[in-house]
Design a protein around this ligand. Structure first.
Ligand SMILES: Cc1cc2nc3c(=O)[nH]c(=O)nc-3n(C[C@H](O)[C@H](O)[C@H](O)COP(=O)(O)O)c2cc1C
Ligand code: SF4
Length: 511
């Protein structure tokens, strides 16, 4: 039986993967099996068709339904040559040069097949965790140096330790799967491509802090992820990996998926908890921290999908193993997401320390338009715009902070030299107007005033006075906002103003 692999990932589907599957089924007999895997993350090559051969998995891409006849004639099932032939997928530099710890199985296994998961090192981390004391599980996480991949980079071990030590009759594990940042898709890819790894990570978190209930707060725009997660959760329940008495350990962990309703601010952890409780998504005052008073007033771990999906490999191979990757205080790997005007968009999991230039040019292939890259926004809509002079910055939380930038969730959106950066600054303020929860004045009112002030600068109305006013306003938003929504909107605004004053009609000295 020949085995073919065609992704069920949303991006592959939107590019025609389903039609390719149908065309292959129509042109072949029953001697082939088509496995719907996750995506390898080489999005410019999707829909990708892989065939299992004695030399490994040979890939073809991007394949459209109308290519299938010629592929069959050329000998697709034997991995023979064709204009769309790419060779062994795992030998392509974009794939080969990654450090796939969290995404180890994505693109390789059938995402919702538990046996496939188990035969590719799945549930080894949980098995180890079941033999450890809760504090030892937390120690592994602390030793790994893992910091939250949702944006704030807070040390995961410290958060878990706080919840472990908070006395309560009930605790919760909440997975933040709201993934609202522009140009980001790593959470979606893992939920569609390896949902068991997230389920395993959440189960380990439950064992570590004594929480018996978990929720995945999933953005409503991810219907395929929801299907994959629910299929995997059902299989985990059936096979004793979720529910009462997990693997005869006497331990309990229940898990459910809950849908968000499309608000960016519901990705902010306290707003998320409000929404999960059935209320309007408004940011809560802190303290108390969610780790002490979280969901329904109980101690709660709120972690991003990638943070939780990184837990199984840490518990399988040990905190020290994970810590060996990376640089400085940025340990392990970060799944980078390349988007916007880039030749090779996709996911690239790398140890911290790679420079932005390497990722943009060596792997990303430069801009899709072929024009010079002018600016990249790293870390979502609240991230700074970085000019070419900063492209040699290593991907490291502290190196980015030192130049007023953020790594955030690892999204990299590329702009070529046709982008007007004053438009981007205005857009950042507009985005804040749209998405502000309205609880605090600097964000609610400041963002509206921000749009007006930028319009005045660009429209040559009292330019220098309004530039000073914009800086003053950004300062108020930075220092006076209750959460990072208003607090970080100045990042894209000020970086545009500082690095690209000409787009505001300003001389560098007057910006
Ligand atoms: C406006 C706003 C939106 C956010 N959106 C997300 C999101 O979509 N996903 C996420 O994991 N964290 C998001 N965060 C960060 C969370 O508040 C929180 O830091 C994170 O869920 C903690 O998990 P981690 O420590 O694993 O990163 C957002 C924060 C803000 C201020
Ligand atoms: S900064 Fe904006 S989103 Fe955050 S609490 Fe204030 S109004 Fe709400």
């Amino acid at each position: 039986m020949t085995r073919l692999f065609i992704s069920r990932d949303s991006t592959a589907l939107s590019l025609g993967a389903e039609q390719v599957v149908k065309a292959i089924q129509q042109q072949t007999d029953s001697k082939i099996e088509i496995i719907r895997n996750g995506s390898r993350g080489l999005y410019w090559l999707e829909p990708l068709v892989e065939v299992e051969t004695a030399q490994g998995r040979v890939a073809y891409g991007p394949v459209q339904a109308e290519d299938v006849a010629s592929l069959m004639d050329a000998g697709l099932l034997e991995g023979k040559q064709h204009p769309l032939y790419l060779g062994n997928i795992e030998e392509l530099p974009y794939f080969k040069n990654q450090n796939r710890l969290t995404f180890a199985r994505v693109g390789i296994t059938d995402p919702v097949n538990l046996d496939d998961y188990l035969s590719h090192d799945g549930y080894k981390g949980l098995k180890n965790a079941l033999g450890l004391q809760p504090s030892d599980i937390v120690k592994h996480v602390t030793d790994s140096g893992l910091r939250g991949r949702g944006g704030a980079a807070f040390p995961t071990g410290i958060k878990w330790n706080t919840v472990l030590n908070a006395p309560a009759d009930q605790k919760y594990i909440v997975c933040n799967a709201d993934e609202g940042d522009s140009g980001t898709f790593s959470d979606r890819m893992i939920m569609e491509g390896d949902p068991f790894v997230l389920i395993e990570g959440m189960t380990i978190a439950g064992l570590a802090v004594g929480a018996s209930q978990g929720y995945i707060y999933l953005r409503v725009e991810y219907p395929h992820a929801k299907i994959a997660l629910n299929q995997a959760i059902e299989a985990a329940y059936k096979n004793g990996y979720l529910g009462e008495n997990i693997q005869d350990s006497g331990k309990t962990f229940h898990l459910e998926v809950r849908s968000g309703a499309g608000a960016y601010v519901c990705g902010e952890e306290t707003s998320l908890l409000e929404s999960l409780e059935g209320k309007r998504g408004m940011v809560r005052f802190k303290p108390p921290l969610p780790a002490i008073v979280g969901l329904f007033g109980k101690p709660t771990i709120v972690n991003n999908v990638i943070s939780l999906a990184s837990i199984p490999v840490i518990l399988d191979k040990g905190g020290e193993y994970y810590k060996n990757y990376g640089m400085g205080r940025s340990r392990g790997t970060l799944p980078l997401q390349l988007a916007g005007n880039i030749k090779h968009p996709g996911l690239f999991e790398a140890a911290f320390g790679l420079t932005l230039r390497e990722i943009l040019y060596t792997y990303g292939g430069g801009s899709a338009s072929g024009r010079p890259i002018r600016a990249v926004q790293v870390g979502g809509p609240l991230g700074a715009y970085m000019p070419e002079s900063q492209f040699d910055t290593p991907l490291d939380y502290e190196a980015f902070a030192a130049i007023g930038a953020v790594l955030g969730h690892g999204g990299i959106v590329v702009h070529d030299d046709t982008t007007n950066m004053a438009d981007m600054a205005r857009y950042a303020m507009e985005f804040c107007v749209e998405e502000s929860c309205g609880k605090c004045t600097p964000c609610r009112i400041g963002s509206t005033r921000g749009v007006e002030v930028i319009d005045r600068i660009v429209g040559d109305v009292e330019k220098s006075k309004n530039t000073e006013l914009l800086r003053d306003l950004c300062d108020t938003m930075l220092c006076g906002s209750l959460c990072a929504m208003g607090g970080m909107t100045p990042y894209p605004v000020l970086s545009s103003l500082n690095h690209f004053p000409e787009d505001f009609g300003l001389e560098a000295s007057k910006a």
